[in-house]
Design a protein around this ligand. Structure first.
Ligand code: UT7
Length: 325
């Protein structure tokens, strides 16, 4: 009997680190406010010329090496991102070309922060149709290009970075027990980028401010908790696992207060919850795979752990995955 398993993980972020104290110098904010309201102390911000594929390829190479899979053996590359190198071709196709993953199919998933777990969901279903496939799932962003550095309500929150996992079917390994996704397009205006699409195309009168992220933070906060709890419960039910059996949580890293509220709702101590928001901020589709990879590298995940991942983002979208480590 073969199961869908995680074969390897990797992550990568720009070298350039911007601290809250650096931000204090360019906008009306303070380290104290940012730490207290969000838990963020610093974030990685791409330098000019650095692009999505640089970090996607680096994280993919690590994940492939740990999986013992050659790029030429990949059948599918799924990139959860809204900040690929180009509008066209897709980020997955850019990665395919650099890796030389010649037999793979490449596609992007546009689900904002939920992109990586959406990608896992697609990989899970492909593998249920054909267990011989090897799939690279990437999630992450160069989101800093969409930040208004004059807007303290969004600029301090986000950072750049990408993570990846290789998924395949094996008789043993880190088993993917369930992946669930959801969305509500009616609430799209709570978190959006107005310009660059067909509604507000780039014309000669285009206002650069239309490429910046707009967010109604307080409302998003409420929806984030409710939907991450609901989708987690659905994923646990489908995995045949009770909340009591969950031993580790890897949550979306958008705000430490959201993470703490989630832990409280799940009646779990923070010692069982992986947190790296202090060093990364919100990397959108990057939060889950970067945290996942760091949790693996730090041996925070131990054999036998039941791991719950859950995420929330623009769309609105949300998702959860349950893995037996
Ligand atoms: O990844 C997608 C999902 N995203 C999320 O889940 C984010 C969810 N939302 C949040 O995390 C929080 O709502 C924020 C961190 C975005 C904002 O925290 P908040 O506690 O909801 O603050 P607020 O927006 O209500 O603002 C409170 C005050 C305001 O001042 P006044 O009007 O009370 O005088 C803001 O102007 O804090 C002010 N403020 C700041 N002050 C210093 C907002 N941003 C800053 C800042 N520095 N960077």
């Amino acid at each position: 009997m073969k199961y869908n398993v995680i074969l390897g993980t990797g992550s990568s972020a720009p070298e350039n680190v911007v601290t809250n104290h650096d931000l204090e110098k360019i906008m009306d904010t303070s380290d104290e406010w940012i730490v207290q309201r969000t838990g963020i102390k610093s974030r990685h911000i791409a330098r000019p010329g650095e692009k999505f594929s640089d970090f996607a390829v680096a994280s993919a190479r690590t994940a492939l090496e740990r999986a013992g899979i050659a790029a030429s053996d990949l059948d599918l590359i799924i990139a959860g991102t809204m900040t690929a190198d180009y509008i066209m071709p897709s980020g997955a196709c850019s990665v395919q070309a650099i890796l030389g993953a010649d037999k793979a199919t490449g596609m992007d998933v546009c689900a904002a922060c939920s992109g990586f777990i959406y990608g896992l969901s697609i990989a899970d279903k492909y593998l249920k149709c054909d267990p011989d496939l090897h799939i690279l799932v990437i999630g992450g962003e160069i989101v800093s290009h969409h930040l208004d550095w004059d807007d303290r309500t969004t600029a301090v929150l986000f950072g750049d970075g990408v993570g990846a996992a290789v998924v395949g079917a094996r008789s043993e390994g880190h088993r993917l027990l369930a992946v669930e996704t959801g969305s509500n397009g009616n609430l799209g205006s709570l978190l959006y980028i107005q310009g660059g699409g067909s509604a507000t195309p780039i014309t000669k009168d285009f206002d650069i401010k239309d490429t910046y992220i707009q967010m109604k933070g307080r409302e998003i906060f409420k929806h984030a908790i409710k939907n991450m709890v609901d989708i987690s419960n659905r994923a646990l039910k489908n995995a045949g696992v009770s909340l009591d059996q969950v031993t580790k949580i890897i949550p979306h890293q958008a705000n430490i207060r959201i993470i703490e509220m989630l832990a409280h709702q799940f009646k779990k101590p923070m010692s069982e919850v992986f947190v790296n928001i202090d060093r990364y901020g919100n990397t959108s589709a990057g939060t889950i795979p970067i945290a996942f990879n760091e949790a693996v590298e730090a041996e925070f995940l131990q054999p036998g752990d039941i791991v719950l991942m859950t995420v929330f983002g623009g769309g609105l979208t949300w998702a959860a995955a349950v893995i037996e480590w």
